[in-house]
Write a protein that binds this ligand. Sequence first.
Ligand SMILES: [Zn+2]
Length: 1121
Amino acid sequence: MSYDRYNYQPNFKPVDHLFDDRLRQFTNGGGEFSDLNLPKFYDAERKGIPNLKSWRVPDVDGKTARPLFRDIDFSTIDWENIGPGYNFGPSWKSFWVKLEVEIPESWLTHEIIELDWDSSSEALIYDQNGLPLQAFTGGERNLFRIPHKYRTADSQTFYIEVACNGMFGNGADGHPDPNRYFRLNHADLVLPNMEARRLYWDFWILGDAAREFPGGHWEKYQSADICTKIMDVFDPNDLESVTKGRKLAQKLLGDKVDSEAVFDEFNNDKLKRIDVYGIGNCHIDTAWEWPFAETKRKIVRSWTTQLKIAEEYPEYVFVASQMQQFKWLKLYHPEIYTKVKEKYTTNQFLPIGGSWVENDTNLPNGESLIRQFLLGQRFQFNEFGFYSNIFWLPDTFGYSSQIPQICQIVGISRFLTQKLSWNNINQFPLSTFNWKGLDGSQVLVHMPPANTYTAGAHFGDVIRSQQQHKNLRDIPTGLLLFGHGDGGGGPTEEMLEKLRRCRGLANQTGSLIPTVHVGKTVDDFYDEVLEKSNNGLDLPTWVGEMYLEYHRGTYTTQARIKRYMRFGEIRLHDLELVATLASVSSGKYKYPSKKIHDLWEDLCLCQFHDVVPGSCIGMVYYDEVYPMLEELLHKADKLIEDALEVLSGGEAKTETLDNLTFFNSLPWKRSNELLEISQAEQPKLYQLLNNESSNITVKSASEDDTKLVSVSTSNDGVVKLNSLDDIKYPASVKKTSSGQYILSNDLIKATISSTGIITSLYDIVNEREIIAPESTKQTGDGVVGGNQYIVFDDEPLNYSAWDTELYSLNKFKLLSEGEVSILSDNKLKSSILVKNKISDQSYIETEISIQGLLSNTEEVDFNFVKFKSFVRWHEKYKFLKVQFPTTIYSASQANYETQFGVTQRPTHWNTTWEIAKFEVAHHKFMDLSEFGYGVSVLNNSKYGGAIHGNLIRLSLLRSAKSPDDQADMGDHTFEYALYPHKGYLGVDTVKLGWNFNYRIEKHLFNSSTFTALSKAITLEGSSNLILSHIKRGENDYDVNQYDCYKTTSKQKSIVLRIYESLGGASAGVLKLDSKVLNIDKVYKTNALEEEGEEVKLNDKSELALKLKAFDIVTYKIVLKE
Ligand SMILES: [Zn+2]
């Protein structure tokens, strides 16, 4: 090489920003220069498909029908001729289009032939035999590469099922637009020029590198330079120039980007380090801006497409969660389900997650969370032969402190989520870490650093997968979850092509872009984390709840589903208890296993992370969820009655009050429980009571005669009427001359102002005032006290069903003009009615009552003020809460019941981490205690609340307008209670929480059989141990629903769930009555009921138990045949 002596023609140095801006012209299909640039060559040929025929599926009962291909008789259809420009609609309707396709003979030798369909909507193409082939999504995915099988010059038929919705339904600003139409933009056959397409992908990544690499790195400028050269060499009249461009691109991308071979190369062969694991997924919300009915079609659309991509890209690994979705696919599209199983065997389509749906973890109770996995893992094992080791939950609205333990007891030690990156106050500090739950159990967590589970597999996503990793010093590896999602869809071919090029760039240029890899599994990723972190020992640990600082309104929105969820959980608890007892005691009774299984599937389905939180469009609730859960309650009631009928032994019934008992489904004694017996609903019982003095006649609101009785568990274990004479502390109410009302039972005394505010609640026994009298910023200047209703302005920054914002706490109106009247004045229950106007459209009426108590001290401990509210609610962006200022002034932590335990949260606002928790989730109670004394607030269907300073607030109703502008409009009833107690938070609150929710059933039945049965399994010892659930063993021959667990044994078993409720190691004794239960063996099991060690009973059939703080344990009692 020689250096010229003379420089006759000087060069200029390119001006970076001008040259970089120019790059966009090269691939801009819609720009004014597109004919002069690469888009000119994308298609070699294109022709419209003529003679399209369409059929709109008629509604059934006024509702959209979505029939399966197999159920349509296409020969009888009256087709309509359509063409481009046709509008499918209106919203939600379903169409089928018939296409006669003739591929020109000359095309057949080409590498790829495509069908290009854009109906602006979701759609699915089927072959003439009804096999789904691939989905289309207007704008996002229009191209269908015609598989070889269908590449023939003969005319052939395809069908396209058109759904009149987009990926995200039909809009949800208030409610979906009912009149949306979807234009057919084109239906073409295309012969693509694949080299031009490939140059487009090459150029995309190199262009991103030029723009996004940081200054000061040669890679940035070399990328820009290559792009410029590609543009300069391009000639719109010479296809060969495309090949020249691709050659230039190879300088930085290498020569392997057209195949999976690119992933076999490494920039540093010695390290062979993978920085980013690319995993395909399509998050399909099981319902959200579309109903379940559409989700069933989204599944087949999304997964068929992914199976096809897996065919075309051998390196591709796709994961799918939610066994409910697998079950639907199996039911409606068994032929696709078979293909899923095939691709599972080649590691390309991997079921993941372990749960029935990707569930909410704030609201479902502990047993529900276990059932999510019991249903999910068992279904998956039956279908695929393995249990998931990863709880896959990218998108849910907060993470209960019990998740690590619940995961561990269902065979899961790994956890994936992403949603915490949405925190709107504090940034969560970790990406890969150990998460330690309430009992000390841990799971290995990864949160994909790109902060999304729907990455477009862009250059920037790969970069962020490393750049935003919070603890690169520990494990410098992250997951990249790519693919269209929320509405399903999943990755596109283009995403795979881009990842190949990102990897090519890393292979050629070094470490400025992370080494992204496609072809490894999620398990491979977690294995590597463990391998490099000394099995997790070297990783940082996050302890306790992972609170999402966002979507705090979801504990309250759509009050009806919260109520149905609580009631449903209770019914299934009661049903499994009575059905279990009936099935092991009576040969006549057949355990309704399939029915119970199906009810659990429905309940768990409704725990999906948009359904129970209240963030779906109205259609989901009004058309699907509410009818489903009402049916569930109804069916469960009927099954409970059937089982009780059997338990009552069918003995001759001379029904007197003496030989009848009420049904208590809780494993401890109950006292002073009040029951209202109405003439209309329980005429027989009402008649019997007519001649008795054990009751008091009251009038219900409907003027239907109602009798009030008090019941308690008697010494022989059954629930009996109490005599009025046994009431030692009678309730009373009186109005004072100054217009106040005094409710009392001589143990506690409530003073209520003339406007309905509790100005004093005095614990006479402990000589303690509970209500704080001081006026504060929150209580205002008027009458200060408890049961103060407070209406907040609730105008969040976005997502009104999801969010309520901090600033709302400063803008509120107190309801302080209540009208008060005495409602009942008798020794069993005395009460007043407080009516408050909320607005011209809304009001709240609350019965405040105190009840009369028996003399026994342990019974006297359950002494509370009860509130029963009716609300007519027609508000807009208001949030109704009720507050109690207490005399617990200096507790720095408050207690909130969570699944199988208690979560503590600060009562102060010291740092932004505490400020963020201005509204939190809880279950049956919240509690504020100091040394020696405390106050609990119980509820029967509420989940939101907060305790700050000495102020307890229970959240009651919201009025969000999007995505359902009717959410919570109408009438509501709910109950709550204020329970002052001696001592710190204790067993009484826990058990009262249960009692307050699990009401004594008004079923009357003969007691003798049930007496023995109800005492056959008892738990004694530390009273903080709760026997929370009794059910039949899932694998029993008469219970099991799955082939893989089939057994020849005719043995029956009983499964018991026991937990420690308050956070201290405890001992107990499980007593089994061998006269009633013919016991063979007892095993300790995990929550999937897999037998662990056999445990030996002593000669009295007793088992000594030791539980650590917040332990959840499961025992299985196997009975002799
Ligand atoms: Zn989601």
